[in-house]
Design a protein around this ligand. Structure first.
Ligand code: ATP
Ligand code: MG
Length: 552
């Protein structure tokens, strides 16, 4: 768990709950809900909503329901239900109750009959196009449907006929009777039910009419006894209809809707529709591709759940939309992993060095510079070792303190090395180095006297060869939201190296384990593609923000 306080007690919604408790509005009860539609995988935007709803429940010693808003049978699937449950659990939250809007279809329908009886709803047989035409828009007044003034009995008969399957799709809808010319378009006699002859993933073929989201949602909240129904800002204009449903139906519980700003993150997309396109077009390797902003993807990449909760905390809850720079998420991940993950050595692009005066030596290395409780491990020097190719320069620029001919450099935990010779192939590419080794010396001086400025990491020759996947931001554009958003995919978002080496102590690491590969980045052992003897390491995040300087 992160050490910073999580969201909840210090935001305007918490203030509202405190005020409601003080005025006894809900009889001292607090119950929130997280209401995903099971039509895709959860993404980092949902994390904000989950942390807020479950966080408030925790802070007020109350409950938060997980409710699947499954009112649109066409797009919904059990696969998504299962994934959402597992993702919420992985984030560290437990629901008070798990429900489905479809559990309430009968109740919601009976309430529609009640609206009929109250003269507050009518069956409209205009075509969908006519309904849109009659509704008008912000500049054009609406006009009443010729079916608006049907009798209660006729409306009831027709609603029951709709339910019995006697109308084809598009031939009839049930509408609320509010005001055809209301300045808020959402109140111009909104549709409550439409005919949809589709198989539902839970109710099967029991229904051929389905309630609209805006009608089903407040009533589902009411059935569960939700007190604070929290949603994103674009629903603010829908709130009057939310209240209309609760007041007109006169549900026993009277939940209230409050809106907050949705999370908008740079260098990625957060719409299920777009994420689905990336998957379907094969532009990413599925919903759990480590570049995806889905919980699945981030989890597979090696992002710890505490880092995502920390992002929700740092971003806070506000009433105004704003962009959050993805570097804030990256910093949360970096800070978390820096504090928690053990260190190890790995060489991504290896250059062999033969130690001409090799003598057996075993380095003892602390697993974490600030956490002695994480212990230490040993790495045994071999006659040939591998270092990072970029740590050697044959003709170094001024200020380069790493390997170049004649220069002593510290080998992490294992003394010093000085390059004496360079081997090249016919094309002039460096294929190896020869060097003199020196055992560790107390104090700051190197073997040649004077200070040794550079320290490099290395691995011995018996290090396993592994695949590493160097992940980076999904898009190169800060706001990939234009028509050609897909053209901004980062071609370097995934770079695969099959010839990296990790120190032998990592040979039997458990999938999912995270390490800081010193000087290289934070990595996690992939839980899907790692096979016995064939490890795959995912780069979770670089050590430093390499995008900060590029942006200038
Ligand atoms: P999308 O637009 O990606 O399809 P959605 O809003 O339709 O997302 P739902 O499954 O309906 O997805 O969302 C469940 C809950 O998560 C809702 O309460 C919604 O307001 C919230 N939510 C979705 N996206 C975000 C976001 N970017 N920031 C904060 N909350 C979000
Ligand atoms: Mg939605």
């Amino acid at each position: 768990m992160s050490t910073t306080p999580e969201p909840g007690l210090s935001n305007f919604i918490a203030d509202k709950i405190r005020a409601d408790n003080a005025s006894d509005k809900f009889g001292g009860r607090v119950l929130t809900r997280f209401p995903p539609e099971p039509n895709g995988y959860l993404h980092i935007g949902h994390v904000k909503s989950i942390c807020l709803n479950f966080g408030l429940a925790r802070d007020f010693a109350a409950g938060c329901n997980l409710r699947f808003d499954d009112t649109n049978p066409a797009a919904e699937e059990q696969e998504y239900v299962d994934a959402i449950e597992s993702d919420v659990h992985w984030l560290g939250f437990e629901w008070a109750g798990k429900y489905f809007a479809s559990d309430y279809f009968e109740q919601i329908y009976l309430w529609a009959e009640r609206l009929d009886e109250l003269g507050k709803a009518y069956v409209d047989e205009l075509s969908p196009e006519q309904i849109a035409e009659y509704r008008g828009d912000y500049h054009r007044p609406g006009k009443a449907s010729p079916f608006r003034d049907r009798s209660v009995d006729e409306n009831l008969r027709l609603l029951r006929a709709m339910r019995a399957g006697e109308f084809d799709e598009g031939k009839a809808v049930l509408r609320a009777k509010i005001d055809v010319n209301h300045p808020n378009m959402n109140l111009r006699d909104p549709v409550l039910y439409r005919v949809k002859k589709a198989h539902h993933h839970r109710t099967g073929d029991a229904w051929c009419i389905y309630p609209m989201y805006d009608y089903a949602h407040p009533l589902s909240d009411a059935v569960e006894g939700i007190t604070h129904s929290i949603c994103t800002l674009e629903f603010a204009d829908h709130r009057p209809f939310y209240d209309w449903c609760i007041q007109t139906v006169d549900t026993p519980y009277k939940p209230e809707q409050t809106e907050f700003a949705r999370l908008k993150l740079t260098y990625t997309v957060l719409s299920k529709r777009k994420l689905l396109q990336l998957v379907n077009d094969g532009l990413v390797d599925g919903w759990d591709d480590p570049r995806m902003p889905t919980i699945r993807g981030m989890r597979r990449r090696g992002v710890p759940p505490s880092a995502l909760r920390e992002l929700a905390s740092r971003v806070g809850v506000s009433k105004a939309d704003s962009w959050i720079d993805v570097s804030i998420l990256e910093a949360c991940i970096r800070d978390d992993l820096d504090a928690t993950s053990a260190r190890a050595m790995a060489v991504i692009d290896g250059l062999p060095i033969t130690l001409t005066n090799y003598a057996p030596f075993t380095a003892t290395l602390q697993n974490h510079p600030k956490k002695p409780e994480l212990g230490s491990r040993t790495v045994t020097l071999t006659e040939t070792i591998y270092v990072e190719r970029e740590d050697f320069e044959e003709a170094p620029a001024k200020g380069f303190f790493r390997l170049f001919p004649g220069n002593w450099v510290r080998l992490r935990g294992a003394g010093f090395v000085r390059v004496d010779g360079v081997t090249k192939d016919l094309g002039g590419v460096i294929t190896g180095l020869t060097a003199t080794w020196h055992a560790p010396i107390e104090g700051n001086e190197g073997p040649g006297g004077g200070k040794v400025k550079g320290t490099i990491h290395w691995v011995p020759s018996d290090s396993p060869v592994v695949e590493v996947r160097l992940y980076d931001r999904l898009f190169t554009a800060e706001h990939p939201d234009s028509d050609d958003w897909k053209s901004h995919l980062n071609p370097k978002g995934k770079v695969v190296v099959t010839t990296a080496r990790v120190e032998p102590s990592l040979a039997n690491a458990a999938p999912g384990t995270r390490y800081q590969f010193e000087r290289v980045g934070f990595f996690a052992l992939d839980e899907v593609d790692t096979k016995p003897g064939k490890p795959v390491w995912n780069r979770v995040i670089t050590l430093k923000d390499s995008w900060a300087k590029e942006k200038k």
